[in-house]
Design a protein around this ligand. Structure first.
Ligand SMILES: Nc1ncnc2c1ncn2[C@@H]1O[C@H](COP(=O)(O)OP(=O)(O)OP(=O)(O)O)[C@@H](O)[C@H]1O
Ligand SMILES: [Mg+2]
Length: 389
């Protein structure tokens, strides 16, 4: 059953990206083997699902990538994660790229490299980062991605530089919608479904217009097939984003990703990090800290990022928090399906809020009774029912 009874269900997509023995096949769309994008679901919806770059990842020599990054110069360093360092570069043809260089820390990185190349060669969607190529010269392992000029969501939520504008409410919802669409593609279009396993704000990259793309598929797993309800794995992922049942038992389901999505939603709403060891005891784990607020609708407003300075639509906040709370249910079966989340978030995004409009929370202009009405008038929009699966 759908969690969001008021929204009309999305058309069932007829085509699927089939993943079998390293090849892809579209079922029902009449296309042959090859690389597939979300053309079918993007059609007619005006959300650009079909504009993902479809070119096949190509092989680069180490020399080419050294030239692109000017010898991996420090000045071109744009980030560093567990996998290695990331450099900005320019290919000979002029294309600006991000080059990720694996640090030589054992087998894990090599496995992630292979999974990343395989997954991103098979899966193409506007809200997944495009892999342009890779390098396997000698023991070098490098990945070449499209360059995302605004870096990661993390860079725009936490520890902002003095001259940096905080994200406005509408942009936060836009990012949530795009990330949800990327996840929907993995869960609902890929066959078998792909469990992302590493959803976090550091892995949501942003283009010039704050369109989000999911990145880092090195931990992704093919989901359960047939009668199986889960796949068993060694617990991987990032502390603070990991679903409790997965952390405890290693049983991985699509609902593990939904929990992580809930944590990202919480970060978008609060501007707080999933884990922040600089905070005092009791406030270091965002989900644990937020529980009392999530349970009481009158306290929703206390969750909101102070950097928004009260500029958010109260009703939309109410719905966004309701979605978040459902994603963070302890029981995985009570968490919603990603397709329902997409529908609900698309509805919120379609409301197009402008600060100062009626219903937009403003600490100065609206009276408490008005705010209260705005907050609760559309309460029935969401049925807080559970979804099995
Ligand atoms: N395609 C890209 N375009 C622009 N910047 C990128 C790109 N890929 C990564 N980055 C930058 O590099 C940083 C590090 O990314 P990386 O994926 O290596 O690590 P992480 O996701 O932060 O952490 P970890 O991989 O350890 O989980 C990102 O936060 C982002 O700022
Ligand atoms: Mg990353």
């Amino acid at each position: 059953m759908s969690c969001f009874g008021c929204f009309s269900p999305r058309r069932k997509d007829v085509s699927k990206v089939e993943i079998d023995n390293g090849t892809t096949r579209s079922s029902g769309s009449g296309r042959g083997r090859g690389h597939f994008d979300d053309t079918e679901s993007g059609k007619g919806k005006g959300k650009g699902g079909n504009s993902a770059q479809k070119s096949v990842a190509r092989s680069f020599t180490f020399r080419e990538l050294a030239a692109a990054t000017k010898g991996f110069k420090e000045v071109n360093l744009i980030g560093e994660g567990g996998f290695g360092r990331v450099y900005k570069g320019r290919l000979e043809a002029g294309q600006v790229v991000a080059v990720k260089q694996l640090n030589h820390d054992g087998l894990q990185g090599f496995q992630e490299f292979i999974v990343e190349v395989l997954m991103l060669s098979l899966l193409h969607h506007t809200n997944l980062v495009t892999l342009i190529g890779y390098c396997t010269d000698g023991d070098q392992r490098l990945l070449v991605y499209e360059y995302m000029p605004r870096g990661s969501l993390e860079d725009h939520l936490f520890d902002l530089k003095p001259d940096q504008e905080p994200l406005c409410w509408d942009t936060r919802i836009k990012i949530a919608v795009g990330a949800a669409r990327g996840l929907e593609y993995l869960h609902c279009k890929a066959n078998p479904p792909v469990i992302y396993r590493d959803l976090k704000s550091a892995n949501i990259l942003l283009d010039d217009h704050f369109n989000p793309k999911l990145s880092d598929f090195g931990l992704a797993k093919l989901g359960p097939v047939g009668d199986n309800t889960h796949v068993s794995t060694r617990v991987m992922g990032t502390y603070g984003y990991c679903a409790p049942e997965y952390a405890m038992s290693g049983k991985l389901t699509l609902k593990s990703d939904i929990y992580s999505f809930g944590v990202v939603m919480l970060e978008l709403i609060t501007g707080k990090k999933a884990i922040d060891n600089t905070m005092k005891q009791g406030e270091q784990n965002l989900v644990a800290w937020s529980r009392p607020f999530l349970k009481d609708r009158r306290k929703f407003v206390q969750l909101v990022d102070p950097l928004l300075q009260g500029r958010f639509p109260t009703r939309c906040l109410h719905h966004a928090v309701a979605i978040t709370a459902m994603c963070l249910q302890e029981q995985p079966t009570f968490r919603p399906l990603i397709s329902d989340i997409v529908v609900a978030l698309e509805y919120l995004a379609s409301q197009n809020h402008k600060p100062g409009r009626a219903g937009v929370h403003s600490p100065i202009s609206s009276s408490p009774s008005q705010q209260h009405r705005d907050t609760f008038s559309r309460e029935s929009d969401y049925r807080m029912s559970s979804t099995s699966g």
